[in-house]
Ligand binder design. Sequence first.
Ligand code: NAP
Length: 260
Amino acid sequence: MSDPRVLILGGTTEARLLADALAATAPHVRVTTSLAGRVANPAARLAGNVRVGGFGGPDALAAWLRQQRIDVLVDATHPFAATISAHAARAAAATGIDHFALRRPGWPADPRDRRHPARSLADAAARLVVLGGRRVFLTTGRQGLAAFAGAELDGLHFLVRTVEPPEPPLPRSIHILLDRGPYTLEGETALLLEHRVDVLVTKDSGGPATAAKLTAARELGLPVVMIERPPAPDGVPEVPDVRAALSRLGFSPAAADTCP
Ligand code: NAP
């Protein structure tokens, strides 16, 4: 295939690193990264073309893929971005183009972890009631915090860390920390101690940038309510990292090592 066209559905570190690696190793490949447009200044530091905003559903995405004559669709969205992944699978099937997902593995459990699995944000909120902790470190992102705003959780204090300000409704007693990883074990331990956190709530996002909170919680003996990933679309091949994605696209995985 000469001058192939690749669409990366992005919004993750891996999507950015894949675009960087393709720009460095295969400048003839026409790469477009698609972003949902949830954060300010989203196109910063992205190699190749960038488009921003929803497509308007799977049929519109399929039409866009045809119109742009895309050859390969890489779903490198966050493991919890289930809607766009489902749409990508449907659009790829409708157009017949090559399609795979670049999805980082979840965090492996350690025997010393005090993990409490939850199926959803609402389920995590219900588990907090049962666990009986009073000071919660909530790292599930800025959306959906209404799940923790119910009267049954009024006695709890929430330390909420997000990249951009969270959307109301919010818990009644809340301290908002705007920050972006990567985080260190020292920093996470200090944060948990400073805020006297006694339970952590997180999605099983995986990846090294935000893993230190789990090690810190483990070392401090804190329980972790871990929200499990939504199911991935059936039948979509999956690779775990940028190196494997480059191989899948027919390029040397070594290109991943040249990018910052
Ligand atoms: P979602 O629920 O799966 O998608 C909702 C809608 O947003 C989709 O139907 C699509 O609109 C649009 N959309 C999502 N990702 C898009 C993309 N990369 N390019 C163009 N349109 C996109 O998504 P979400 O969970 O809100 O996440 C939004 C973005 O943030 C994703 O790109 C994801 O990678 C990133 N992100 C998500 C999380 C998380 O915890 N969910 C965490 C970090 C980053 P149309 O139907 O109109 O096409």
